[in-house]
Design a protein around this ligand. Structure first.
Ligand SMILES: Cc1cc2nc3c(=O)[nH]c(=O)nc-3n(C[C@H](O)[C@H](O)[C@H](O)COP(=O)(O)O)c2cc1C
Length: 207
């Protein structure tokens, strides 16, 4: 059987399928599937199934030695392992990343808190940190009510680039739909522009 491609779709809009990032992700995925018949899509819906905050108990569990883990620590580690396994299975990653209060949704931050694991998804070497998830292109669908791309007020996408890069995910395409809250016309234009970028990215196999 030829290699079947896998795409991991990470959802984090409060508005489910009606979220603008979800609408754009659906568009991207249907175009990608048309080019990759039979491909698999894994959906990680962080709103339908939120992860807890990374608290002291969870952090201790994630850093515990396997041979001394309690049952409760094993459960916490297994949850994180499953998230990382999804990432490793993926050839492509699509992150739907709405801007909420100048940041990514807290549910998406929690996901990163559970996948950033020393010795598993990154390690420290003599020459610095090394990410261990490389080789998977990431497309970020950044939806915003206002206009921030390229300005110091964009505290979202530079953070994502740093965080993803830290994990070895250095091939990142950012697609923006900005000004969604300005007016119905601007919203339609933003989505049109984003769709054009999606079509170009899928066409160039950047996605
Ligand atoms: C709780 C909340 C906070 C928001 N904060 C911001 C913000 O700080 N800056 C901004 O430009 N838009 C903000 N917005 C508007 C969203 O970015 C916009 O509605 C976008 O479409 C969200 O993506 P989604 O539709 O995929 O959820 C906020 C929306 C909500 C619901």
């Amino acid at each position: 059987m030829p290699d079947m491609k896998t795409l991991l779709h990470v959802r984090s809009s409060l508005f489910g399928d009606q979220g603008q990032s979800a609408v754009l992700a659906a568009d991207l995925i249907s175009q990608w599937q048309a080019r990759n018949p039979g491909a698999r899509v894994i959906v990680r819906d962080l709103i339908a199934t939120p992860l807890p905050h990374l608290d002291a108990e969870r952090f201790a569990a994630l850093n515990s030695k396997p041979e001394v883990r309690t049952h409760s620590q094993q459960r916490i580690v297994a949850e994180s392992d499953a998230l990382i396994a999804e990432l490793r299975e993926a050839d492509q990653i699509v992150l739907a990343a709405p801007m909420y209060n100048f940041a990514i949704p807290s549910q998406l931050k929690s996901w990163f808190d559970h996948i950033a694991r020393a010795g598993v998804t990154f390690r420290y070497t003599e020459s610095g940190a090394e990410g261990l998830l490389g080789g998977r292109p990431v497309t970020v669908l950044a939806t915003r009510g206002g206009f921030y791309a390229g300005t110091p007020a964009d505290s979202q996408t530079p953070w994502l680039a740093t965080m993803l890069g830290f994990l070895g995910l250095t091939e990142v395409t950012f697609i923006y739909a900005e000004g969604i809250a300005v007016s119905a016309d601007r919203k339609a234009e933003a989505l049109r522009e984003a769709r054009a970028q999606i079509a170009a990215a899928v066409g160039h196999e950047a996605v």
